[in-house]
Design a protein around this ligand. Structure first.
Ligand SMILES: Cc1cc2nc3c(=O)[nH]c(=O)nc-3n(C[C@H](O)[C@H](O)[C@H](O)COP(=O)(O)OP(=O)(O)OC[C@H]3O[C@@H](n4cnc5c(N)ncnc54)[C@H](O)[C@@H]3O)c2cc1C
Length: 418
């Protein structure tokens, strides 16, 4: 089958790889000049299955995030443009953070994340991939109250047999000797098997693997509209028409717009997210373990000669301008934990848009149009879910039974007609 994939992010490229491996003739259509130019570029770079446990849908998180809203530094920022779609999304998100929903969502996510980790391990082994990956992460709790909020997540880690250890301040400092002696904190949750790596580098390496399998990349090609006709799909790309047998929409935050054109409304909201890359100045003072500040929802990861700091969600903004509060937050968090490792004020700051669903669980598989499929909405754990999601999509399109239970992962969770 000739299959088009819209989107050259980690999700689209992973899907293209598995489709080509399954024997399809694949083309990727990407509006920018290379792969990993949008959300997949600014990634925190956490790729282990537990990175999905740092999703936004956690009981108590909305209250904490909103209570910090008017501070100089905060995990969330709002633009002046308050729009109804944003409030409707926030209402649904708060509802998904209820205890029962949280547990259900986490169980579904865990099945996908474990499956994805297997696929990723196989990919790395088969192709001897090296994208600066390294093991171990630590979630830092500044106060006892922050730890309390994470108890549920820790309970789930225990139930799923995930290696983890709660460390007091002294033990956490032994695990990460570069932690600032000035910073006061309550504890750290050590995850020895969690992993981090260079996400854009991974996507670029996947592009080469795809090309070796014959995948055609069409860069600087913007899909304007999609039409489904008699077992074919027609794409309008910058004024020309391309007809394929099947289509996968993996367009990140733009997926909602494309699906809307096909008559399906998704609660996928574009959230602006930030990252900063700073050159390491003092190697002794730089992090060895990837660190996640639970209060500010910001991660700090060492990638070779650079330190990557990422987090802060800005709602209601479609501009490419940097929000000062987000910049302040990234600098503050990095300065608090590793003040002498780099000059964070001279970092390269970046912002981009990630498509977030209120329940934080991706949408995979069929749409109401027979030849159109979706792979989007992976939220804060996309990289960790990419290989598994790509493989599942390729299996579904190839009419093979998916290797995991797809319940709750498809469009059927919104309404029976998709
Ligand atoms: C600051 C930050 C931190 C994050 N941290 C982590 C983390 O630690 N671990 C993790 O697993 N995930 C993390 N995520 C989430 C993850 O990066 C994203 O969810 C993921 O990259 C989404 O991948 P994607 O391929 O769906 O979207 P994208 O990377 O956004 O790719 C979508 C692509 O589709 C293209 N496109 C859109 N519309 C069209 C069109 N009409 N025509 C042609 N092309 C189109 C876009 O140009 C884009 O390149 C983080 C996200 C951010 C930004």
């Amino acid at each position: 089958m000739r299959v088009a994939v819209i989107g050259g992010g980690v999700i689209g490229v992973s899907t293209a790889y598995y489709l080509a491996e399954a024997g399809h003739e694949v083309m990727v259509v990407e509006r920018y000049g290379n792969v990993a130019q949008e959300a997949s570029f600014g990634n925190v770079d956490l790729m282990g299955p537990n990175s999905t446990l740092r999703q936004w849908t956690v009981p108590g998180l909305p209250y904490r995030a909103l209570s910090m809203l008017f501070r100089q530094e905060s995990p969330v920022a709002f633009s002046a443009r308050f729009e109804p779609a944003m409030w409707s999304w926030i209402r649904r998100w708060i509802s998904e953070c209820r205890l029962q929903r949280f547990k259900e969502n986490q169980q579904r996510l865990k099945i996908l994340a474990d499956y994805s980790a297997q696929q990723m391990a196989q990919l790395i082994q088969t192709h001897e991939m090296d994208f600066q990956q390294h093991k171990a992460a630590m979630v830092m709790f500044r106060t006892a109250k922050d730890l309390q909020l994470a108890r549920l997540t820790m309970q789930l880690l225990g139930e799923s047999g995930t290696n983890h250890e709660l460390l007091d301040q002294e033990a956490a400092r032994q695990m990460e000797p570069a932690l600032s002696t000035e910073v006061d904190f309550h504890s750290g949750l050590y995850l020895p098997d969690d992993q981090a790596g260079n996400s854009p580098l991974f996507v670029r390496q996947m592009k080469i693997l795809c090309q070796n399998l014959g995948v055609e990349f069409n860069f600087n090609n913007h899909v304007q509209s999609i039409r489904n006709e008699q077992n074919k799909v027609e794409l309008q790309i910058d004024g020309r028409s391309v007809v394929v047998d099947a289509l996968v929409i993996a367009a990140g935050s733009e997926t909602a717009k494309l699906m809307h054109g096909l008559g399906t409304h998704l609660p996928l909201y574009p959230v602006k997210v930030y990252s900063a890359s700073a050159a390491v100045q003092e190697y002794e003072m730089a992090p060895k373990v990837s660190l996640f500040d639970d209060t500010y929802q910001v991660s700090i990861t060492r990638l070779g000669k650079r330190i990557r700091i990422a987090g802060c969600a800005e709602m209601g903004s479609s501009s490419v301008n940097l929000h000062q509060k987000a910049v302040n937050t990234l600098v503050k968090v990095a300065d608090d934990w590793f003040p002498n490792a780099a000059n964070y004020r001279h970092a390269n700051f970046w912002c981009g848009t990630a498509g977030m669903l209120p329940e934080g669980i991706p949408l995979l598989g069929a749409t109401k149009h027979p030849n159109i499929f979706i792979n989007a909405g992976h939220g804060a754990g996309a990289w960790a879910l990419a290989a598994g999601s790509g493989k599942l999509l390729a299996d579904i399109i190839s009419q093979r039974e998916p290797e995991i239970n797809m319940q709750g992962l498809t469009l059927a969770r919104y309404d029976t007609k998709h």
